[in-house]
Ligand binder design. Structure first.
Ligand code: ADP
Ligand code: MG
Length: 270
């Protein structure tokens, strides 16, 4: 197996779990992040144990927009949190670039998260006392770095926030707040942007805007995005879709559309 799903689907299989030995980047591309036999068990064991991730192996190639789909409780957030180093695996490995997260000290992990991972939450998670501009540059401020003016301008232009930069989050609509959160995720040019149901709290128009920005972040700015969603329309913005069920990777789709995603979800009983 190589290069996430593209190689598999190019062979016309398209069904069955995407699991197997980790073989490194496929198709000449580099891998932004990967999970290797990732297993996460919550609870002490016995009746209370929940196998939230069950032997998941997947690569996220650089410069690709991947949607992660699956029913509620299928392990989508757990996968994203483990990829971000916000949670740790019970067994298996997470690689960000060529760094194995389990090899890092707490301090090193904090720095890696700050510098190489952008996270977009469903609930925006902005700092209420800071302006939009200050929220966007917060990852850099924490690192004692200054924003690169051209990159910042590009991001602000991409998410269309130029006239809202002085506003506090409470003075912005939900859609505008999530645009700030997307800009914040982009500002340090992270290795990978992880977004957990980023449109879950937005109406369809604001949601479409956010999806458009994530799409442009990949197509025009060369970023890598992994987005959890349960919305087939949202998945249609991605280059590939993965399907989780009961913590296992059960299917994948290249160049998904809302219609093909819906068909696949029906076939999976979702
Ligand atoms: P999804 O995001 O696909 O809805 P999650 O990754 O949040 O699913 O959850 C996967 C499974 O793990 C669910 O059964 C959930 O109840 C369980 N789970 C998630 N987080 C915890 C936790 N902190 N403690 C115990 N169980 C958890
Ligand atoms: Mg979730």
């Amino acid at each position: 197996m190589s290069g996430l799903t593209a190689t598999r689907s190019a062979t016309g299989t398209g069904t069955g779990p995407v699991v197997g030995p980790f073989t490194g980047a496929g198709a000449g591309g580099r891998v932004a992040a990967a999970a290797v036999s990732a297993t996460k068990v919550y609870g002490a064991g016995g009746d209370t144990a929940v196998r939230a991730l069950d032997d998941v192996t997947v690569e996220f190639p650089e410069g690709r927009f991947t949607a992660v789909m699956g029913p509620s409780g299928s392990g989508k957030s757990t996968l994203l949190h483990c990829l971000a180093g916000l949670d740790s695996l019970t067994s298996g490995r997470i690689l960000v670039g060529d760094v194995d997260l389990s090899s890092l000290s707490d301090k090193q992990l904090t720095l890696l998260r700050r510098d190489r991972i952008g996270f977009v939450f469903q609930s925006f998670n902005l700092v209420p006392t800071l302006s939009a501009a200050e929220n966007i540059t917060l990852p850099l401020s924490l690192a004692g770095r200054r924003a690169e003016a051209t990159w910042l301008d590009e991001i602000v232009a991409t998410v269309g926030l130029a006239d809202r930069l002085r506003h506090r989050p409470s003075e912005l609509s939900g859609g505008q707040q999530q645009r700030v959160a997307v800009a914040r995720a982009l500002v340090s040019r992270p290795q990978i942007i992880l977004a957990d149901e980023p449109t879950g709290n937005l109406d369809s128009r604001a949601g479409a805007e956010i999806l458009g920005f994530l799409r442009r972040a990949v197509t025009e700015l060369g970023q890598t995005v992994v987005m959890v969603t349960h919305d087939p329309i949202a998945a249609g913005y991605a280059d590939a879709a993965l399907f989780l069920a009961d913590g296992r990777l059960v299917d994948d789709l290249v160049s998904p559309t809302a219609a093909t995603v819906l068909d696949r979800l029906k076939a999976l009983g979702g």
